[in-house]
Write a protein that binds this ligand. Structure first.
Ligand code: TXA
Ligand code: MG
Length: 321
């Protein structure tokens, strides 16, 4: 299959994407967080193609992207807390895991047969296309399963070229890490995946308890497998010194010891800005995803704000495979 990339400003781009989606085909497209590999939520064939194109395990469910709260309520059952969250954070990078609504236009393959569903209203073209189809589009991140997430059309093409017909190009993803995933429960919020909306922001907005599922508990977001986002080389975190042969991912103005040994240095944010670092994270991992790069050393990154999501992704990139 030949893969065509069209800039989002091309008048052909959205109509072509809409026609492909309506025909049960896949389209890679930008969201504010990362690029997604989109298909019609109601089409078992489209959903099966998503799993096949990514090489993704079928027990790992997908996020439904909607154009409005109204569409979201055809998909999931909202309680007061969920409504409050949607009103405050949508459109935007917050994914809610909620009970699946009866008659939801979502194929059971997309939810991996669970009785819950993940739903979010993104900004931009993904929401517009859901609106045109009049049902959600399901979209995991547009990369091979377990590998570095695509945050540009070029990265998506490197990963999925020949497997999908169309990529919509809107430049580098502005946020750069995936949405935050939460499950509202009575009086508390369970944080299933740290992401683009910081824990502190959720806490301030809600004044409720935010809990992280215990490590070792049954995997709360089935995609939360230990090894993920993995470049080919070994990743060493919280590196205080650079060893010979290291490629370095740095953060902030401090020079780590032994920097003269570095094969190359990518600084995620020389000024120490975590939002800038998040936006640059996957491009850095992707640039170092090569057989020549056998050692990657990452200097410490604070756990505040977007630092939690950045550290989560780096821990998984460093996990044993
Ligand atoms: O920012 C994002 O969230 C991007 C863009 C494209 O929207 N999407 C994304 O999708 O990161 P994906 O498939 O890479 O990650 C979705 C995560 C997986 O870890 C999956 O296990 C979890 O959402 N998930 C989906 N449905 C769930 C459910 N019913 N319960 C718990 N976790 C669920
Ligand atoms: Mg992903």
């Amino acid at each position: 299959m030949q893969t065509v990339t069209l800039p989002i400003a091309d008048p052909e781009a959205e109509p072509r994407a809409e026609a492909l989606l309506a025909a049960g085909e896949l389209v890679a497209l930008p969201t504010e967080t990362v690029y997604g590999l989109a298909g019609d939520s109601a089409s078992g064939e489209a959903v099966a193609k998503i799993f096949a194109a990514k090489g993704r395990p079928r027990f790992n469910p997908l996020i439904c992207h909607v154009d409005s709260l109204q569409m979201a309520r055809r998909v999931a059952v909202f309680d007061e807390t969920a409504l409050g969250l949607a009103e405050r954070f949508w459109p935007g990078p917050l994914t809610l895991v909620l009970p699946l609504a009866e008659g939801a236009p979502v194929h059971p393959l997309a939810t991996a047969g669970l009785s819950t569903v993940a739903v979010r209203q993104p900004k931009g073209v993904a929401a517009r296309l859901a609106g045109r189809l009049d049902r959600p589009i399901v979209a995991p991140s547009a990369n091979l399963s377990g590998r570095v997430t695509g945050t540009s059309a070029e990265a998506v093409a490197r990963s999925l070229e020949g497997r999908i017909p169309l990529i919509l190009d809107d430049g580098p993803s502005p946020v750069g890490v995936e949405s935050t995933i939460v499950r509202p429960e009575a009086g508390r919020l369970v944080l299933l995946r740290a992401g683009a909306i910081a824990r502190e922001t959720l806490k301030e907005a809600l004044g409720v308890r935010i809990e992280t599922p215990e490590a070792g508990a049954a995997i709360a977001a089935p995609g939360g497998l230990a090894s993920h986002y993995a470049p080919q080389g070994a990743v060493r975190l919280d590196a205080m010194r650079v060893e010979p042969g290291d490629y370095v991912i740095a953060f902030g103005p401090d020079r780590p010891e032994g920097l003269e040994h570095a094969m190359a240095i990518i600084n995620l944010s020389p000024s120490g800005d975590l939002a800038e670092a998040a936006a640059n994270l996957f491009a850095a991992l992707s640039a170092l995803d090569s057989p020549d790069v056998t050692q990657i050393a990452v200097t410490p990154i604070p756990m505040t704000g977007l630092g939690e999501a950045i550290n989560d992704r780096l821990r998984r990139a460093a996990a044993p495979r």
